[in-house]
Design a protein around this ligand. Structure first.
Ligand code: BV8
Length: 253
């Protein structure tokens, strides 16, 4: 019996009441939701950006400068994620995401929401498991799925033009897919906007909670630490997503 099952804290009960009474619920997740699965986060203790410089690996210039280095990093992340399994937080969100009026938006590229059974997820930053043509050839603009681990080539090739392939992931300085941004913006018109496991520093993803508040939503965050959104949201719950979301789910169901 976890401590949360004995007597859930008042803020968890309050949030459960809000979600239970809501017609439209939007959830935005970040790396913290996959932390319990063993997927490294970016900015926390042991985070990826603590070890690597984002501008050396996650930008178009970095890829132009040294495609092999960038692919080594992504090949390592693919192998790391391949050994991970969705956790209890993904399982709860998979159930919630199938309810009418609920939209699940993620910044994560690990696809653990999909593997947990979530459907129709708005994946703002793409996927580790999808590639596209680095030379923007006509056929290679559309990402293709490649789940081979390890990848057979050090730098995968575009099957259409033979040029380099790159991860179908949004790098810093690159625009997000307009239809994904439109879907996320539309989902800010909701009764409850819940952010889970994100430091809320990367835009435009970090802007959606502010937009939902401006449009009258009750806003809440579940995070281990304070975030850039903590002073904005109506309710901030400190703790692990893999504990808090199941506790909320028990109160709502
Ligand atoms: C854009 C690479 C328009 C993919 C990522 C200068 C030039 C160009 C752009 C900018 C610029 N200055 C600012 C910008 C905008 C920039 C931006 O926001 N930069 C920030 C850093 C200031 N944004 C962009 O560039 C975006 N594009 O704006 O296009 C444009 C175009 C041209 C010119 C100007 C503008 C594109 C965004 C790029 C997204 N790509 N990475 C990859 O390999 O992954 S972002 C990277 O951070 C990840 O993808 C991730 O999705 C994202 C957010 O991180 P989080 O998910 O929040 O993870 P983090 O580790 O930070 O936090 C985890 C949290 O969980 C922590 O708080 C921790 O406490 C908590 N936690 C841990 N365990 C748990 C937990 N919580 C709950 N339970 C637990 N168990």
């Amino acid at each position: 019996m976890s401590s949360l099952e004995e007597r859930p804290p008042d803020h968890t009960v309050k949030l459960a009441g809000r979600i239970g009474a809501a017609t439209r619920v939007t959830i935005l997740t970040g790396a913290g939701v996959s932390a319990a699965s063993g997927v490294p986060t970016f900015r926390g203790v042991g985070g990826l950006w603590r070890t690597y410089r984002a501008e050396d690996l996650a930008t178009p210039d970095a890829f132009t400068r040294d495609p092999q280095l960038v692919w080594e990093w992504y090949a390592w992340r693919r192998e790391t994620v391949a050994a991970c399994r969705p956790n209890a937080a993904h399982a709860v969100l998979a159930r919630w995401s199938r309810r009418d009026g609920t939209t699940l938006i993620t910044q994560n590229v690990d696809d653990l929401h999909l593997r947990a059974g979530s459907r129709d997820v708005v994946r703002l930053h793409g996927s580790l498991w999808e590639l596209k043509c680095a030379d923007h050839c006509a056929a290679g603009v559309t990402p293709w799925r490649d789940e081979r681990v390890p990848l057979p080539e050090r730098i995968p090739r575009c099957p259409h033009c033979g040029g380099y392939a790159r991860p179908a992931i949004v790098w810093f300085g690159e625009s997000l897919d307009a239809s994904d941004v439109d879907r996320a913006l539309a989902a800010t018109a909701c009764d409850v906007f819940l952010t889970v496991g994100t430091s809320a520093v990367v835009y435009p993803a970090a802007g959606f909670v502010h937009e939902s508040k401006r449009r009258g939503a009750f806003t809440a965050e579940i995070n281990m630490d304070e975030t850039a959104a903590s002073s904005t949201v109506d309710l901030s719950i400190r703790g692990g997503a893999e504990e808090i979301l199941p506790a909320l789910d028990r109160l709502i169901s």
